[in-house]
Design a protein around this ligand. Structure first.
Ligand SMILES: *Cc1c(COP(=O)(O)O)cnc(C)c1O
Length: 368
């Protein structure tokens, strides 16, 4: 059985849109795409009067090298959010098929499923926020085409060990595609599931340049999977998903100096994460700091709403995650610059005399 037998038959049969840039390339006089012959102001050699390459080879190659896979196993799009959407649309027949998720987890899986009118099968994480592989497997019906696993999980920060991922992939062969979302894996000690990608044609891995690579604003996310899956999704993706300036920024980030900068920032985040976790645990009113392998901490408070308001009053915006199951008393705090983290501690420990005045300085004014 091919993994594509799990996909929607109408999508497999679909005649894809054939863009001008796909049909012909290499000429020097380009009169086939109704573009302007003149570059726009401030273009800096980006040639933005021309449509971009749908899947630019230099970026695909750089990502394939970074993630240790073949170029044919890479689909790059507008953030991993776009890949999630493409997967759901390609694999789930509206009103019939389903995805499986383990709440509390990232919200986009369910949102994409609801947009497609796919059913969402939920298997809650255990009380300690670990993933129960046997419970997930017990919930898989023939309607479930995609199983999403987020590791480290957002918003709890916990890892799913690779052996559990492998066990899931193995048990789902010929039944469902396992989609492992590794948006935060760079901040962890864990090996990526890409290391077992070639062992399973029903395994897909989501990676992104939005978090550790500091490019959330450029929207570059990657799906790594079996080449048949990649080829199928390339047929239904938007014709030109990647703006030329974003591709240029991504290539810069993936250059040798860009990678060195990212590694330096990741090291700071990891160090600060440990420091914040220890300091927060001693703050009065903190019930628990969940262990995190990501660039954020989920923290339980006696009164999370009051803490949220107090931080906001000091100009610090954190994520209120009280609406998530099992996290009714929690906030999610991203690890920021050392001085920003210090300010959080100052406010929570009531160390600031005039927190609003301080906030007007460095923190307020900055995008969250
Ligand atoms: C932030 C995040 C993403 C989205 O990443 P983009 O590449 O920016 O779309 C995906 N998954 C998880 C778990 C995230 O937290």
């Amino acid at each position: 059985m091919s993994v594509l037998d799990l996909a929607r038959p109408d999508i497999r049969a679909l005649q894809p849109y054939s863009s001008a840039r796909m049909e012909a390339s290499g000429g020097r006089v380009l009169l086939n795409a109704n573009e302007s012959a003149w570059a726009p102001p401030g273009d800096h050699d980006l040639a933005c009067n021309r449509y971009p390459d749908p899947q630019p080879a230099p970026l695909i190659d750089a990502l394939a090298r970074l993630y240790g896979v073949r170029a044919s196993q890479v689909l790059v799009g507008r953030g991993s959010d776009e890949a999630i959407d493409l997967l759901v649309r390609a694999f789930c027949r509206a009103g019939e098929d389903a995805i499986a998720i383990q709440p509390p987890t990232f919200g986009m899986y369910a949102v994409s499923a609801h947009i497609q009118n796919a059913v969402v099968v939920t298997v809650p994480l255990a009380a300690d926020f670990t993933l129960d592989v046997d419970a997930v497997l017990a919930a898989i019906t023939p309607a479930v085409k995609l199983v999403f696993v987020c590791t480290p999980n957002n918003p709890t920060g916990q890892l799913v060990p690779l052996r559990e991922v492998t066990r899931l992939a193995q048990a789902l062969v010929d039944r469902a595609l396992l989609v492992v979302d590794e948006a935060y894996i760079e901040f962890s000690d864990a090996p990526s599931a890409t290391s077992v990608l070639t062992q399973f044609d029903n395994l897909a891995v989501l990676r992104t340049l939005s978090k550790a690579w500091a490019l959330a604003g450029a929207r570059i996310g990657t799906l790594l999977a079996n080449e048949e899956v990649i080829a199928l999704l390339r047929r239904i993706m938007a014709p030109y998903p990647l703006p030329r300036p974003c591709v240029a920024l991504a290539l810069e980030a993936l250059s040798e100096s860009g990678q060195a900068a990212a590694r330096g920032h990741i090291a700071i985040v990891r160090e600060q994460r440990g420091r914040m976790a220890r300091a927060l645990a001693d703050v009065p009113g903190v019930r628990e700091v969940l262990p995190s392998q990501a660039n954020f901490l989920a923290v339980r408070f006696d009164d999370a709403s009051a803490v949220y308001r107090r931080l906001l009053g000091a100009g610090i915006v954190v994520r209120d995650i009280q609406r998530y199951p099992q996290l009714g008393d929690a906030l999610r705090i991203t690890v920021g610059l050392p001085e920003e983290n210090e300010r959080v501690l100052d406010v929570l420990q009531n160390r600031t005399q005039d927190s609003c005045a301080l906030a007007d300085g460095a923190v307020a004014g900055q995008p969250s």
